[in-house]
Design a protein around this ligand. Structure first.
Ligand SMILES: Cc1cc2nc3c(=O)[nH]c(=O)nc-3n(C[C@H](O)[C@H](O)[C@H](O)COP(=O)(O)OP(=O)(O)OC[C@H]3O[C@@H](n4cnc5c(N)ncnc54)[C@H](O)[C@@H]3O)c2cc1C
Ligand SMILES: *[C@@H]1O[C@H](CO)[C@@H](O)[C@H](O)[C@H]1NC(C)=O
Ligand SMILES: *[C@@H]1O[C@H](CO)[C@@H](O)[C@H](O)[C@H]1NC(C)=O
Ligand SMILES: *[C@@H]1O[C@H](CO)[C@@H](O)[C@H](O)[C@H]1NC(C)=O
Ligand SMILES: *[C@@H]1O[C@H](CO)[C@@H](O)[C@H](O)[C@H]1NC(C)=O
Ligand SMILES: *[C@@H]1O[C@H](CO)[C@@H](O)[C@H](O)[C@H]1NC(C)=O
Ligand SMILES: *[C@@H]1O[C@H](CO)[C@@H](O)[C@H](O)[C@H]1NC(C)=O
Length: 661
């Protein structure tokens, strides 16, 4: 056994490591395990600076020869790509406290080989408590509490995630704590690696594989299912991989034109801004703080330009990837094409760790944006009947195919607050439309609204923008999305086109919608139909290809300190009461499904619903590139071989050991 053999040398190495820390003469023997490779390009584009800094076989040999690292060099050695590696007899991953957990001195060596970028986890809200990390610090605590619902708070932190429920709520951000309140590490990783180069990712991958420690990847921490955390894990924090390169004359086998090479830590807003500066557009999501190359692209990526170009993953030209074996490879149409296929829509954190992506830069576009709120009354006086209000909504619903054929995208809510109905059009986004063309497009709906006498509770504001970014910014960029809370659980459904072309389905869908709204449930919808505009072959789910609308909802709310039983009740309600009627009318067998990136973590038929017809091929690719299950994410392809033993939290969390089922 690697570790027990190494442990014999623990004493000797401890002194060497402490020498390395203390005396400059020995530091050179533990220089970072990395080299600058001679290759300076891949997939027809320059490698980013950090991508040329790699772990190579030669570096591993150096570790084997170096007295300081010889005995543990195999912890950093590459796996054999494509071959099923020996599986340890352990059922569970290795956890802190286990006999096989690496001794502190090994972590110290690892840190030195990483160039000092290993960060032991301190929970973000630790200053709100007396804990192993120190005394309560009210000023720091107030600061964290006041910023907790802002995305940057979590993005800038090595291990914080935006939905504390999945961490197990063991160290909540509250400034009303008493000495009796506890803070523990819960579902946070044990350590994070603050990566700025490929060598660090390779070292972490090899180390986690050799020690059987759970590996997670955190970019922004946005994930709605808790995929970017895991108890006792080693986390790769990609936030600082921030490079963006414009490639004005990019050429690949099947594409010639403008492109961007984007580091894994870049956010949607950062790439939007870069694209605008070159008078181009890229496909990003509506939330500016979501990571671009991480969960968003790998999960498919719906976007306001989907009416022109389809899903964001459809515009990907190449990825640079660290595989489970530790190898650093290019995934493109000509290199590892199966991996390339899987990474474009087959779910994040599953097949490898992406360090950068090359995406098409599309022409800039003008756009018209419209916002308004329709109600049933003005000044508290009811002036339209419930039936007529719904007639107006239905007219819109029936026009979805017309509007998506026209390349537009919308996001709206129907609110039912104490019986008071409103349709809150957050953004009707029409790329390529002048104001006049937009008014013409929507005239038949607006005429119906007028004939039914449905009042605007907030008047319609329709603006024309000569380019994409300012239109996007007004629509979504400047609005803060709710996050940082632990008070509800999301769920969604993709509703196929057949629910508009088949009159019987149209009717049942409408009745389901009506019942949902009348019950006062959370109801948000996008009219969008990405289809396959660029006719690409990738792993974006068949449900997305068939979709005419994307419906989002949430469980009943609960308190941040709700008991597991209370969370369970809300989770059950989400599934049995709220989502079941929608699942019944949109089964995967008829083109329906659910978007894996904004989904309910306990979605029962997740394989079919999240991955559609693509699941079997994805499962093969997963097996080929990650035979030992190094890259586990909840509901990821192949994750059914594993379970997080989190006891009873009321919902699947990452607060527990990851074990084979
Ligand atoms: C407010 C809000 C709005 C949203 N709007 C949209 C939208 O308009 N369109 C849309 O499609 N989605 C949207 N999403 C969903 C979003 O795409 C997902 O939450 C996505 O997982 C975020 O990715 P991230 O990398 O920022 O997050 P993280 O939570 O950091 O990571 C998410 C997943 O990606 C993996 N991952 C991250 N980086 C890498 C990498 N370099 N290599 C391999 N795996 C990696 C992680 O392991 C994890 O599994 C929205 C989410 C929120 C919270
Ligand atoms: C807690 O934080 C909030 C938000 O920053 C602040 O308004 C409040 O005064 C704080 N309460 C205490 C007890 O410090
Ligand atoms: C992460 O690394 C970057 C680059 O070296 C550094 O600037 C930053 O301070 C580090 N962050 C943390 C939290 O250590
Ligand atoms: C920007 O791109 C658009 C669309 O491709 C084009 O019509 C316009 O002339 C360009 N503007 C500038 C300043 O280059
Ligand atoms: C319409 O609005 C009135 C006044 O705000 C409200 O009291 C009533 O419940 C609403 N009626 C319907 C049918 O939605
Ligand atoms: C107005 O819309 C109709 C379709 O509803 C279309 O045929 C026509 O070209 C549009 N006219 C303008 C000026 O956009
Ligand atoms: C939960 O929090 C609420 C206030 O938000 C408080 O009234 C209640 O006592 C708390 N419950 C428990 C079990 O701590």
């Amino acid at each position: 056994m690697v570790l027990s053999k190494s442990c014999l040398l623990a004493t000797a190495l401890t002194s060497l490591v402490s020498i390395a820390y203390g005396q400059s003469s020995s530091v050179s023997s533990l220089e970072p395990a990395a080299t600058i490779v001679p290759e300076d390009s891949a997939a027809g584009a320059p490698l980013l600076e950090g991508e040329r800094i790699q772990l190579t076989e030669a570096v591993v040999e150096r570790l084997e020869k170096d007295k300081t690292t010889a005995e543990i060099a195999d912890l950093f050695a590459f796996g054999t790509e494509g071959t099923v590696q020996k599986r340890g007899s352990a059922r569970c991953k290795t956890y802190p406290g286990d006999a096989r957990w690496p001794a502190d001195w090994i972590w110290d060596v690892f840190n030195l080989l990483l160039g000092g970028s290993l960060i032991p986890t301190v929970p973000i809200s630790a200053p709100c408590y007396d804990s192993q990390w120190g005394r309560k610090d009210p000023a720091k605590c107030n600061d964290i509490v006041s910023r907790f619902t802002k995305a940057a708070t979590h993005e800038d932190h090595p291990t914080s995630i935006m939905w504390p429920l999945f961490q197990g709520r063991t160290c909540m951000a509250r400034n009303d704590t008493t000495p009796a309140d506890k803070c523990s590490i819960g579902g946070y990783p044990a350590y994070a690696v603050n990566v700025t180069n490929v060598a660090q990712i390779q070292l972490a991958v090899n180390f986690a594989r050799a020690t059987n420690i759970r590996l997670v990847v955190k970019n922004t921490g946005h994930d709605y299912l808790g995929k970017s955390t895991g108890a006792g894990s080693l986390s790769i924090w990609t936030h600082n991989l921030k490079k963006i390169e414009y490639l004005p004359n990019y050429k690949s086998k099947s594409y010639t034109g403008k492109a961007f090479k984007v580091g894994a830590g870049v956010t949607v807003q950062e790439i939007y801004v870069a694209a605008e500066a070159q008078n181009t557009t890229v496909q990003g999501g509506i939330c500016e703080s979501v990571g671009f190359a991480g969960g968003y692209l790998q999960g498919g990526g719906h976007n306001p330009l989907s009416g022109l170009y389809g899903m964001a993953a459809d515009s990907v030209l190449a990825f640079q990837v660290v595989l489970a074996s530790g190898q650093f490879v290019t995934a493109s149409e000509t290199s590892y094409p199966d991996l390339f296929w899987a990474l474009r829509g087959g779910g994040p954190g599953t097949y490898g760790i992406v360090t950068s992506v090359i995406v098409k830069a599309h022409p800039n576009t003008d756009a018209t944006l419209s916002t308004f709120v329709l109600g049933n009354s003005t000044d508290g006086k009811q002036i339209v009947s419930r039936e007529n209000f719904f007639k107006g909504v239905r007219k819109y619903w029936e026009l979805f195919p017309t509007y998506t054929d026209a390349g537009t995208y919308s996001f709206f809510f129907i609110f039912n607050r104490d019986g008071q109905l409103t349709l809150d059009m957050k953004a009707f986004f029409a790329p390529g439309y002048t104001k006049e063309a937009f008014q013409n497009l929507t005239s038949s709906w607006m005429q119906t609204i007028q004939e039914l006498g449905i009042p605007f509770q907030v008047p319609q504001k329709t603006n024309y923008y000569p380019s994409f970014f300012p239109a996007y910014w007004d629509a979504w960029g400047k609005s803060a999305f709710p996050l940082g809370t632990a008070t509800s659980l999301p769920g969604n459904r993709l509703i196929p086109k057949s629910h508009w072309t088949d009159p019987k389905k149209l009717e049942t869908t409408w009745q389901t919608l009506r019942t949902h709204v009348e019950s006062g449930r959370h109801f948000g919808v996008y009219h969008q139909s990405p289809g396959n505009k660029q006719n690409v072959d990738n792993s974006v789910s068949s449900a997305w290809r068939a979709a005419q609308a994307f419906f989002i909802t949430a469980s009943p709310t609960f308190l941040p300190n709700a008991t597991a039983a209370e969370v369970r009740a809300a989770n059950d309600n989400l599934h049995k009461v709220i989502l079941d009627p929608w699942r019944k009318i949109t089964p995967a067998s008829e083109g329906g499904g659910s978007y894996l990136n904004e989904a309910a973590v306990d979605e029962p038929n997740w394989k079919e619903d999240f991955y559609g017809e693509q699941y079997p091929r994805l499962a093969q690719i997963k097996k080929k590139y990650d035979p030992t299950g190094l890259f586990y994410v909840t509901t990821g392809v192949g994750s059914d071989a594993w379970v997080v033993e989190d006891g009873e939290q009321g919902v699947t969390t990452q607060f527990g050991k990851l074990c084979r089922v």
